[in-house]
Design a protein around this ligand. Structure first.
Ligand code: SAM
Length: 297
């Protein structure tokens, strides 16, 4: 795995993670167990064009971004060490805040499917679909779902224009997607999520805490991610409100993360016929908000 030379990740975290915390031999064996050409060809959508921002940048300090087997194999091993206080706690925060009882769920920018698997476990009778641009990460997501005996569909799609029907989902989620997309792309994805949701459906977004990032610039330097500074200067809350979501709220989650959510309301000027849509039923989350303070704007 080649990484940029000048980041905090390269100087301090990479040597620790790569040489001590990661079982490189196990990852090598996992990488060799997959026929990447065959599997990525199978999952690749021939009509998809990669957006410029995606192909031209390195993410998480990994040269070549997400379009290679190394990124797919290393992603989970690195991620488990960069989500304080712990990856399961952070992802579970998204699950526990979900206010709807979804029958159809779409996880945008699902990567290796870590949140997608939790969604299926939380709502076993729901149809769950994960989409991502990287066929390599999707192959790993499939392997994980199969191992966990979870029936999840993974598809290669651009979250800006997924190709799914309008008003066809009850829940649309995105975890750690927006800090890696230019803000105008993130806003397009929020609008696409609104289009995809039935009236009463919910969008939920777990990502880096924008307020904390603005206060502590060094956090944005860890991986030197190309769009994190622009993400920090913006507001997911404001994007969702602008897209006409209702009941929008953003909770701070363990200081460095935030969870934003909003409901698609009945709109007077929508082209979608409310009568033609099935009602989305609601959860009554029993969430302990002690770590989840509202995030300052
Ligand atoms: C930091 S990873 C997060 C992956 C996963 N959701 C997680 O929580 O671990 C960001 C993901 O967004 C994907 N991505 C970026 N832009 C995208 C887009 N326009 N459409 C779909 N996926 C996208 C990347 O390929 C990558 O898998």
């Amino acid at each position: 795995m080649s990484v940029r030379q000048d980041t905090i990740f390269k100087q301090f975290l990479a040597p620790l993670v790569e040489n001590i915390l990661i079982d490189r031999e196990a990852l090598k064996q996992f990488q060799q167990s997959i026929n990447w050409e065959k599997e990525t060809t199978r999952i690749t959508n021939p009509r998809l064009t990669y957006p410029d921002y995606y192909q031209s940048q390195d993410f998480h300090g990994i040269k070549g971004g997400y379009l290679n087997p190394e990124a797919a194999v290393y992603y989970d091993s690195i991620t488990q060490y960069v989500l304080p206080p712990s990856e399961p706690i952070v992802r579970q925060g998204l699950i526990e805040r979900i206010r709807v009882k979804p029958r159809k769920i779409l996880d945008l920018g699902c990567g290796t499917g870590s949140t997608t698997l939790l969604l299926k476990q939380a709502f076993p009778s729901a149809e769950v679909i994960g989409v991502d641009l990287s066929p390599y990460l999707l192959v790993v997501a499939e392997v994980k779902a199969k191992k966990a005996e979870l029936d999840i569909k993974f598809k290669q799609a651009n979250a800006e224009t997924t190709g799914f029907d309008e008003a066809s989902f009850d829940l649309v989620s995105a975890s750690f997607l927006f800090h890696e997309t230019p803000p105008e792309i993130a806003q397009t994805i929020v609008k696409e999520s609104f289009r995809l949701l039935r009236v009463g459906g919910e969008m939920i977004v777990l990502d880096a805490n924008q307020h904390t990032l603005r206060q502590t610039e060094w956090l944005t330097e860890i991986f030197e991610e190309p769009y994190t500074k622009a993400y920090a200067a913006a507001s997911v809350d404001a994007w969702m409100t602008k897209a006409e979501f209702a009941k929008v709220q953003t909770d701070q989650w363990w200081w460095v993360h935030q969870i934003s959510q909003g409901i698609k309301p009945i709109l007077n000027n929508t082209s979608t016929s409310v009568n033609s849509q099935t009602q989305v039923s609601y959860n009554n989350p029993t969430f302990d908000h002690s770590a989840g303070l509202p995030a300052p704007a």
